[in-house]
Design a protein around this ligand. Structure first.
Ligand code: HAM
Length: 421
């Protein structure tokens, strides 16, 4: 029997890991600047948390969850997104009692049983960001600016920010009625899913990718024309903050997003380089979710960005090399090997990135190996060097060699080889 990874699940190999580490490092550093703290929640939660939180009628809940029954017959699901789980943890641990406004992020795998394609996996990773306790619009602008900062820091500049508002429980029902009226004589021309959606939640029809439905929705009424005065003020103020911060955006009244918890602001950063899977980051405000899941009323806003999609874009920008050894020690003969083994441990303790050959290959083979690793310098130690008390350090790019005394070798190498950050 041949074992392979499950369809839609993929290994992240060492040659790719540098992109992941680069992205995580930049994200953590920016999140620290914006005063976010990390939270880690379990991968498995009660299914009802997601069906109630994300919405029974969404694709995620109706078709994409990995669910199982435990021995007591309780339905559990692998998390398809982080927001509902973070809100659950926030309520359960009464974090709302600690500070009025809290900014939390988490990084990790999510699971959705979608049809795998370019940029779409069944296990994928998100950097997920939430602000609890502020009604906006300043916090709305701040998370969008944070997203923009992240993309700039990693060198992705060609993403378009799509911005919309979905109104609130005050004005959205009015819009739904309008939309229903518009769809009344068009239902027969909608796809099967949208026929159902148009009955349960007509806004979902905006989200459909089927060309026929898209065509119909082109001429649908716009939510922006149905907003209540408070939602208008919120949206206008958000746009003003973004303009002040020189964040350009495209108003997009079709942007309803695939989860039911959103109120007011929704946004996505999109790319044209990943085919159908064009959303690199998506988020919005969800002022009603905390209460819906049994907590106090608590306005909130957040986003999640798909790490696989970002990395696919990073690869088009340029290579991200693994950190090569600063020093490779080529030892010849057992006494030199023992001496070198102690030496590399001492240098590593001093923060140097150092490697040696574990075997007992000849000098030529070891130099070739050092070259393949991309080592910047090579130290050569053999029997002759141990006898003479002098070793040779070679710079691999210039080919220049210098002699060093064996006696204070650790100190001298500490000066010649830079420390890893
Ligand atoms: P979402 O739009 O479902 O939002 O996902 C956010 C991002 O995750 C997408 O823009 C995409 O980059 C990535 N993504 C989603 N599905 C896949 C997949 N199958 N394969 C690869 N990447 C994928 C949420 O998850 C919300 N929880 C975001 C949020 C946080 N809203 C408020 N706070």
């Amino acid at each position: 029997m041949e074992f392979t990874a499950i369809k839609g699940f993929k290994d992240i190999l060492p040659e790719e890991i540098t992109y992941w580490q680069f992205l995580e490092k930049k994200a953590r550093s920016i999140l620290r600047r914006f005063c976010f703290s990390e939270i880690r929640t379990p991968l498995l939660e009660k299914t009802e948390l997601f069906s109630r939180g994300i919405g029974q009628d969404t694709d995620i809940v109706s078709k994409e969850m990995y669910s199982l029954n435990d021995s007591k017959g309780r339905s559990l699901s692998l998390r398809p997104e982080a927001t509902a789980a973070v809100v659950r943890a926030y309520i359960q641990n009464r974090l709302f009692e600690k500070k009025p406004v809290q900014k939390l992020f988490s990084i990790g795998p999510m699971f959705r049983h979608e049809r795998p394609q370019k940029g779409r996996f069944r296990q994928f990773h998100q950097i997920n960001v939430e602000i609890f306790g502020d009604p906006g619009p300043t916090s709305d602008a701040d998370v969008i600016i944070l997203a923009r900062e992240l993309f700039h820091a990693i060198g992705l500049k060609d993403l378009t920010l799509h911005l919309n508002t979905l109104g609130c429980p005050e004005c959205r029902p009015r819009f739904k009625t309008l939309l229903n009226r518009y769809l009344d004589d068009k239902r027969e021309d909608l796809c099967t899913d949208c026929k159902r959606r148009s009955e349960t939640n007509p806004l979902r029809v905006f989200d459909c990718k089927v060309p026929g439905c898209r065509g119909i929705m082109e001429h649908a009424p716009s939510i922006v024309d149905s907003l209540c005065p408070a939602c208008v003020v919120h949206f206008e103020a958000l746009k003003e903050y973004l303009t002040l911060a020189e964040v350009s955006f495209t108003p997009d009244h079709r942007l309803v997003r695939g989860l039911d918890y959103y109120t007011r602001t929704t946004f996505e950063f999109q790319t044209e380089q990943l085919g159908a899977q064009n959303a690199v980051l998506g988020g919005g405000r969800y002022d009603g979710l905390m209460k819906l899941l049994g907590g106090p009323h608590c306005p909130a806003i957040g986003f999640a960005t798909g790490m696989e999609r970002i990395i696919a874009l990073l690869k088009t920008v340029g290579p991200c090399r693994e950190h090569p050894p600063e020093l490779f020690v080529a030892a010849l003969g057992e006494p030199a090997q023992k001496r070198s083994f102690t030496l590399i441990q001492q240098l590593r303790e001093m923060g140097r990135v150092v490697e040696m050959d574990y075997g007992s290959r000849g000098l030529k083979a070891q130099l070739k190996y050092a070259d393949r690793l991309g080592a910047k310098k090579v130290l050569m130690i053999g029997e002759n060097e141990l006898e003479s008390g002098k070793v040779i350090l070679r710079d691999m790019s210039s080919g220049m060699q210098e002699e060093m005394p064996l006696d204070d070798l650790v100190e001298k190498l500490g000066e010649a080889v830079p420390a890893h950050e």
